[in-house]
Ligand binder design. Structure first.
Ligand SMILES: [Zn+2]
Length: 615
């Protein structure tokens, strides 16, 4: 059937009333320039940062300030100790900095005593219980028994166990090639063939490997006060590798990792600390060119990367914009560590916010010659690289969401309480809508790849009687069934453009949920799903009204679902339901989800996010 522009609401509409800046969608750059991009000064950045955290904030929908306000950023490289106070401190800093998800690379090993949970299980359980949705955990490998026969097989079983327990990836740190030794005292090589089955199994299971090898070049230079990293080195004697009797040359380590990455093309290696070679960005560029399965995180290396010619670094980041990941090496133990630490006074929470803010400054402005975020690394200044918003969002979260799609923490959304019900007009211009936080429906459900050009939102309200869901869907071309069915339901409505909500309210049975769909034409259907039945006959009594703004090329929809049809129990402040939002857009071949399922199917209730009921 030919694409067809639906004939609902033919009149030209006033702008959609969500207090967002409407913008043309097709061909023009996806992300509007934010005020930040024009006012490239750090003071502006800091003042806007304080502003949103205290007073509320209005900005273009797609700006770094807005992403931070919604805490969309992912820090792919953190180390957080496993206790309630430490997790609390980490989250309070993440909240204020605008970080939604911290990836804790120190998840621990899966080794455990009979009948007891492993360190990995304990860490993950605590984080998930105290702060659901805020942390992903990488597992670490236990090298016990390295010298015994069958180590590889046992190590593969560790990886499989970690995967089963919900590890988002595997982290290996610089102990390989520098510290870990076998029984005879020889260093365990990074490219030792006994580890190949581990890297291979990670690839098969879709677990990315974050790997740190070697260290800054200065750690191989003479250990004295002429060393440019002297302040850092003198507090960390074990970080000095200049003794050629004990340690291999630095490039040997980088080359060994390069061989491993090349040998395992189906495994994704996130080579941390800017591919472990921020001193030589030409090398990093060539390594990324050579190895399509390699990515680079920024953890603790902006002070080094920022010393290079900013235009050159900018070009490198533009070229590899899909392969670079925001990461800081933020550590929360008995003291904070901000990229690196020493014997000086312990950093405060305010210092941590300044540390994050300098990342924004370096990535987002063109500021010249300012003090970097980890002064102990050395006494020099850095130059910022002024990345455009469409690249920033990839580095801040899109690339990480895709990398972690199988193990993204489930998102949470709050439904806002309303006292009075209102009539639907499909326009989202009723007063309560803007107060509700948006669920961002941008990720392809199977791969997690972002589609910012048709970035869709859903907002949820609730009253005594109804659950309201409002969708805002930019489009370039609508594909719909014509004429729309006015009565009855069409199986396969989802084969053309629709927005959908899948709602699970049964805490004892996640495979029972209900599904609601509406097309731009206003045609709708609802389904009651159980493992054995997908009944079209079921009728929730839900209403849906749509509106098409042809000038802005945005279609909007309002759904109103009777609470009685969803659950026999009235939701309240403690209720948590499961929900996922989807959108089909044929013109973009897009099947987007709020919480990507990492399968081809929306019917993956284990991946539904959480809906809470706010005041
Ligand atoms: Zn680290």
């Amino acid at each position: 059937m030919a694409a067809f522009v639906a004939g609902v609401g033919a009149e030209i509409d006033h702008p959609v009333g969500l207090g967002m800046r409407s913008k043309p969608i097709d061909k023009t750059p996806v992300l509007v320039e934010s005020p930040l991009m024009h006012c490239r000064s750090f003071h502006f950045l800091l003042s806007s940062f304080c502003f949103f955290s205290t007073l509320g904030f209005t900005a273009a929908d797609d700006s770094p300030e807005q992403w931070r306000k919604e805490r969309r950023l992912i820090d792919l490289h953190q180390h957080v100790g496993s206790s309630e106070p430490l997790l609390k401190r980490a989250v309070s800093i993440m909240d204020r900095a605008g970080i939604g998800i911290g990836v804790n690379l120190s998840g621990g090993t899966v080794t455990h005593k009979e009948g007891q949970p492993s360190a990995f299980e304990r860490n993950k359980a605590l984080g998930d219980r105290l702060f659901p949705g805020r942390f992903a955990f990488y597992m670490n490998l236990d090298y016990a028994g390295w010298d015994d026969p069958g180590f590889s097989e046992r190590a593969v079983r560790q990886v499989e166990e970690g995967h089963r327990l919900g590890a988002a990836g595997l982290k290996e740190w610089k102990r390989l090639g520098l510290y870990l030794r076998d029984k005879s005292g020889k260093l365990i090589r990074i490219d030792d063939s006994r580890l190949d089955p581990v890297w291979r199994r990670c690839g098969e299971l879709g677990l990315p490997v974050s790997i740190h090898v070697a260290d800054p070049r200065a750690f191989w230079l003479p250990f004295n006060s002429d060393n440019e990293r002297w302040i850092e080195l003198k507090d960390h004697r074990p970080w000095w590798f200049g003794d050629t009797e004990k340690y291999p040359p630095r490039m040997d380590l980088l080359n060994a990792l390069d061989r491993v990455v090349a040998r395992h093309p189906l495994t994704t290696f996130v080579c941390v600390h800017f591919a472990n070679n921020s001193e030589d960005i030409d090398w990093v560029d060539a390594a990324l060119d050579r190895n399509p399965n390699m990515m680079a995180d920024l953890a603790a290396r902006i002070p080094e990367i920022g010393r290079h010619t900013p235009k050159k670094v900018h070009r490198l980041f533009i070229k590899h914009q899909d392969r670079i990941l925001f990461a800081t090496d933020f550590m929360v133990y008995s003291r904070l560590t901000l990229g690196s630490g020493g014997s000086g006074p312990a950093p405060t929470d305010e210092d941590a916010l300044g540390f994050y803010a300098k990342h924004w400054r370096w990535l987002e402005t063109w500021d010249r010659q300012f003090e970097h975020m980890t002064p102990i690394q050395g006494d020099w200044k850095i130059d910022a690289i002024g990345l455009p918003p469409e690249v920033l969002r990839k580095i801040y979260f899109d690339n990480a969401r895709k990398l972690l799609v199988r193990r993204l923490p489930l998102p949470r959304l709050r439904a806002n309480r309303i006292e009075a019900d209102f009539d639907l007009d499909g326009r989202l211009d009723d007063a309560p809508w803007p107060s509700a936080a948006p669920a961002r429906i941008e990720s392809q459900i199977n791969t997690g790849a972002a589609n910012p050009e048709i970035a869709t939102t859903a907002r949820v309200l609730w009253s005594d009687q109804f659950l309201y869901i409002g969708y805002r869907s930019p489009y370039t071309e609508l594909t719909v069934f014509e004429p729309p069915l006015k009565t009855g339901e069409r199986r396969g409505l989802w084969n053309k453009d629709v927005v959908e909500a899948f709602v699970g309210t049964d805490p004892y049975n996640s495979t029972h949920y209900t599904e609601y769909e509406v097309a731009p034409t206003g045609e709708k259907l609802d389904l009651n799903i159980t493992p054995t039945d997908k009944s079209l006959e079921w009728n929730s009594g839900f209403k849906a009204v749509t509106h098409i703004d042809r000038e802005q090329k945005i279609w909007t929809a309002e759904m109103r679902i009777p609470l009685k049809s969803l659950s026999p129990e009235q939701p309240g402040q403690k209720t948590v339901w499961r929900i996922n939002f989807y959108r089909h857009d044929r013109a973009h071949r897009a099947f987007l989800g709020w919480s990507p399922t990492a399968t081809g199917s929306a019917h993956t209730p284990a991946k539904f996010g959480h809906l809470t009921f706010g005041p």
